[in-house]
Design a protein. Structure first.
Lengths: 229, 310
């Protein structure tokens, strides 16, 4: 927007003021400066304005029309002649790979911090309604409404599915995290009762079922540890 | 003089109304909210109200300024209903079926002041839980975390499980705090312990460090702060979705790391008083909203500052 204003301003000055005046000067052979400044030993100041010395009318004229650029430049801190921003359309694959990369880095660090504190780390990929095949009527309604939302021409559901797919693949292939993750994204598969209240949150029953799965995992791991001691 | 002021006022007002009309049309085209053309000219909001369309409770809860009685009749899942495009009946029946409670109970539980969680900005975390809250789905202690044990230090016979994550891990959606993930897990683990060994002296403690809208980078910082003090045996991290959600639901030029309400915090941290005033007025006047783009300086330096916090 700011660059656009500058661009328009410069073009107006160029086409409306400077070009006609320079043409006029050329056609009528008007020349204020009969001798070149360089030939003179001492420049004769024509006049002073805003505390600045002007050696010719044309330099004053140029200054008058171009000094707002200085203001714009200092005010907006933007390059006047820089190229326009390239618009990148973000496809589900692009977005998912970017976020997966970020998450995997964070998870590796969390794992290391947990290890340093002598704790066992497990990442659980949270349940998501879009990953289910068997759905209740209300779930279907939620999905149909949410999946209508579009980003860059793609359904939001596509972004979610692609992201989960990519993240699981990343976790599986990661040496540090391969044994420290669990896919909880479709733990309610095959249950026809209502579990979700929106695409990611679930009620009392869902939370209890989720807790049971975590509990089993902890107990299993803890019993192995106790036996080894 | 008075006449000219009056004409100026009329001119500005008509310009404001015209711009509001265009603004609302633009927003409705983006499907950010539904618009009824016939009610447009009767609406109080259209002529005088706030033009930034998000519910008031969202701002109040983010800044932790809930006065008594303000949210008594407000339903906690009203915004979710709007987002999911459900009718009121459908919204209530989803909650009652998922929690196995009656429709009246749903209304009663999620329409109180304490049904709305209050958040407080904490550097490196984001908007963390305000301490000492008694939410329907979670009881938060004086540190803003869920912890049944009053002793912060770990006992010899205790085994600790830390839970990290966002709202799902916090227990959002449960009708009572005893049914949420962390409390259910603690109960299950202690039952299993006794089942495995009746003479066992081990006591399981589940500490929930989850908070609303948390992303993996916040969870990392939370663990750095609390891990050495709490000495956990297991760390369970239920997360993943928020990173995608907050990437998709913010402006394209602000996507490095954003969380729920980060725009308000960004303005509070880095803006001058004049900018704050312009930002405040821009919520009420489209003219100021347009002028905002020219008055408020957005340098690359300031943009990067918010990211370095986390």
């Amino acid at each position: 927007m700011k660059l656009y204003i500058l661009n328009v301003y410069l073009r107006i000055i160029l086409f409306v003021i400077h070009t006609p005046i320079s043409l006029l000067f050329r056609f009528y052979k008007i020349n204020f400066r009969k001798k070149s400044n360089f030939t003179k030993k001492k420049n004769k100041i024509v006049f002073t304005c805003f505390g600045l010395d002007f050696y010719s009318f044309s330099s004053f004229f140029i200054f008058i029309f171009f000094f707002p650029i200085l203001f714009f430049n200092s005010r907006f801190e933007s390059k006047i002649f820089c190229s326009k921003k390239i618009k990148i359309s973000e496809t589900p694959k692009q977005v998912s790979s970017l976020i997966t990369y970020r998450i995997l880095n964070h998870l590796r660090l969390i794992n290391k911090i947990a290890m340093n504190n002598h704790a066992e780390y497990h990442f659980l990929l949270q349940p998501l309604l879009f990953n289910y095949n068997k759905l209740s009527n209300l779930d279907k309604k939620i999905i149909s409404n949410v999946s209508k939302k579009k980003f860059n021409g793609f359904n939001y559901q596509d972004y979610c599915k692609e992201f989960y797919k990519n993240l699981l693949l990343g976790l599986k292939q990661d040496e540090e995290l391969a044994n420290h993750y669990e896919d909880f994204s479709n733990i309610f598969e095959g249950i026809s009762d209502q579990r979700f209240i929106d695409p990611v949150h679930f009620g009392n029953i869902g939370q209890n079922e989720c807790a049971k799965l975590i509990g089993n995992k902890i107990m299993k791991s803890d019993l192995i540890k106790r036996q080894s001691l | 003089m008075i006449k000219s002021i009056f004409y100026l006022f009329i001119l500005l007002y008509s310009l404001e109304i015209f711009l509001r009309f265009i603004f609302i049309l633009y927003k409705s085209k983006k499907k950010e909210f539904k618009i009824n053309f016939f009610s447009l000219f009767i609406l109080k909001k259209f002529f005088f109200g706030r033009i930034t369309f998000y519910p008031d409770w969202m701002i109040e809860t983010i800044h932790g300024k809930i006065d008594n009685g303000i949210l008594t009749n407000k339903f906690r899942f009203a915004a979710a209903k709007k987002y999911l495009n459900l009718s009121e009946e459908e919204n209530l029946s989803i909650l009652s079926q998922a929690n196995r409670i009656s429709l009246d109970e749903v209304k009663l539980i999620f329409s109180k002041n304490n049904a709305f969680e209050q958040l407080r900005y904490r550097p490196f975390f984001g908007l963390f839980n305000l301490p000492n809250q008694n939410l329907p789905y979670a009881k938060l202690n004086n540190l803003g975390i869920q912890m049944n044990s009053k002793d912060f230090e770990k006992k010899e016979n205790a085994k600790r499980v830390l839970i990290l994550g966002g709202s799902t891990a916090l227990g959002f959606g449960a009708s009572e705090s005893k049914f949420n993930i962390s409390n259910s897990l603690e109960k299950i683990l202690n039952e299993m312990e006794i089942k495995n060994n009746k003479n066992s002296v081990i006591k399981w403690e589940v500490i929930n460090l989850a908070f609303m809208a948390s992303q993996t980078i916040s969870d990392l910082n939370v663990l750095i702060v609390y891990a050495s003090a709490l000495k956990p045996d297991y760390v369970f991290h239920l997360s993943g979705y928020n990173d995608l959600f907050y990437y998709m639901h913010v402006n394209k030029d602000k996507r490095l790391f954003r969380f729920n309400g980060s725009d308000e915090i960004y303005s509070e941290l880095y803006k001058s008083n004049l900018s704050k005033l312009i930002l405040f007025l821009s919520e009420y006047f489209v003219i100021v909203k347009l002028l905002k783009k020219f008055f408020i300086k957005h340098s690359e330096f300031n943009k990067q500052q918010i990211y370095t916090i986390y």
